[in-house]
Design a protein around this ligand. Structure first.
Ligand code: ATP
Ligand code: ZN
Length: 299
């Protein structure tokens, strides 16, 4: 099939988002084989091909319609949007779905010896970052006059090199900051991965695949937490037990053979099931409680 018939999705070639992005596509049922250093992978069982690129290039590839879809961090999306706005143009890619991976935050961090007494301590300081536009908006919104030092990488060593007084960089666990004697003081932007799409309308067949993909992504995100619970209980305990099942819609109640009063209860719980819940269920009269992972779900 020619390009116009196949969807193309941009994914980070090698970095923090790569494994999660490919895992998501695999869970959505996409089969493809990825060779080393290959720029593109062809979907074997869906008209969906994966293009591997630097994450920073993904918003442009999507808004220029080189790719129909892209998986990229909100931090990159937001910086791109603000950079374009600063040049008087409007970003054309559309954000269609936030995803539950790639969580991090863009934060301000100061050297250990920096005396931080709230945002006013930032006035007149030099702040190193690879996110100048997002930082500029934060400073503007908080009426802070500070100098932005735009770097293309290795932001965390800028204070030690004397290039800046503090930094604005991505943090997830904080261990990189600690290793560089920096301490996080304020969050500028919360981020996670997201799916973006081209501004160009898609032909019916492609649009239909995007819909199916979105439905599957939704299913994948739901099952991550979901559990299937089976238990036995006296019928009289049902009202109490239904209240205890976390995030479930009406459970299935099945009479047990040869026992008038006891029933089996099956339910999909949309939230994680913890030991405390099982203990409460037992206290309410449940027995033979089984908790199973859910493999797939289609609402
Ligand atoms: P590329 O070569 O593709 O430009 P990169 O060095 O910009 O790679 P990575 O460090 O792999 O990118 O991060 C990719 C994305 O992962 C970030 O833009 C962000 O959305 C997300 N992310 C999650 N946690 C972190 C973290 N602790 N530090 C940096 N990025 C993180
Ligand atoms: Zn990058």
């Amino acid at each position: 099939m020619e390009r116009s018939q196949r969807l193309r999705i941009a994914v980070q070639k090698s970095g923090r988002l790569t494994d999660h992005s490919l895992d998501l596509l695999a869970r959505c049922g996409l089969k493809f084989s990825r060779g080393k250093d290959q720029l593109m992978c062809y979907g074997e069982n869906m008209p969906l091909d994966v293009l591997f690129v630097r994450d920073d290039d993904i918003p442009d590839l999507v808004q220029e319609d080189v790719c129909d879809l892209g998986l990229v961090g909100l931090n990159v999306i937001e910086e791109k949007r603000l950079a374009m706005a600063a040049r008087g143009t409007q970003a054309r890619f559309e954000l269609i779905q936030r995803l539950d991976f790639g969580r991090c935050r863009l934060s301000l961090a100061v050297p250990d010896e920096f005396r931080y007494e709230g945002l006013r301590s930032l006035a007149g300081r030099r702040i190193a970052t690879t996110y100048p536009n997002t930082l500029a908006r934060f400073l503007r919104e908080n009426s802070i006059e500070a100098e932005i030092v735009t770097l293309s990488g290795a932001v965390e060593i800028a204070p030690r090199l004397g290039r800046a007084d503090l930094i604005c960089d991505l943090v997830s666990t904080g261990s990189t900051l600690n290793a560089n004697h920096l301490r996080e003081v304020t969050t500028v932007l919360e981020s996670e991965a997201a799916l973006i799409r081209t501004p160009v309308p898609l032909p019916d067949e492609k649009a239909d695949w995007v819909r199916r993909l979105l439905m599957r992504i939704d299913g994948v995100q739901q099952v991550r937490e979901s559990k299937y619970i089976m238990l036995h209980a006296p019928r009289s305990a049902l009202p109490e037990i239904k209240k205890l099942l976390p995030g479930s819609e009406s459970p299935t109640v099945i009479p047990l053979d040869g026992s008038g009063e006891k029933v089996a209860v099956h339910a999909v719980c949309r939230e994680n099931v913890f030991w405390e819940t099982l203990e409460s269920l037992k206290a309410a009269g449940a027995s033979a409680v089984l908790v199973l992972p859910v493999e797939k779900m289609l609402a």
